[in-house]
Design a protein. Structure first.
Length: 146
């Protein structure tokens, strides 16, 4: 098996960041983590087509005092690729990758994504489009009797 130097370096860089996130003392965030808001998060060095790296994410669900949130990774450039599970955001040059939704620990969230000094959010219309895709992708079909 041959491993490229760049892939190996990316993996080792992520291992370093991950160990810092895991083993440094947890401190309270000095900003709120709210749903419908965008944050910078460390998603890691993932496998295959999984979204990773340090990227903006949309928080779709928070869980009170829990240390986890559900997020959708965002691209740094609008894709305009026509895939039904990608939602190009109205007022942002990015696309919500709905099929990549996942739950992460809030330790992975670095800071808010700010626009004009405020934590960035998406429009109500984008929220509805994303919610429609979440419902389509993740709603369980009835079990059939065999």
């Amino acid at each position: 098996m041959s491993i490229s130097y760049d892939d190996f370096k990316d993996f080792m860089d992520w291992t370093n960041v991950k160990s810092q996130l895991k083993f440094e003392p947890r401190t309270a965030k000095d900003f709120p983590i709210n749903y419908n808001c965008i944050y910078w998060a460390y998603l890691g060095c993932n496998i295959g087509s999984e979204e990773g790296k340090h990227r903006p994410v949309l928080v779709t669900r928070t869980y009170g005092r829990s240390t986890i949130v559900t997020v959708i990774p965002l691209t740094s450039q609008r894709l305009n690729d026509g895939f039904w599970y990608h939602v190009d955001l109205e007022n942002r040059n990015s696309t919500a990758l709905v099929e990549q939704m996942r739950t992460i620990d809030i330790i992975r969230i670095e800071k808010p994504f700010r626009t004009a000094g405020k934590i960035a959010a998406i429009t109500e219309d984008d929220w509805k489009k994303i919610n429609k895709q979440i419902n389509y992708l993740y709603k369980l079909s009835p079990l059939s009797e065999t």
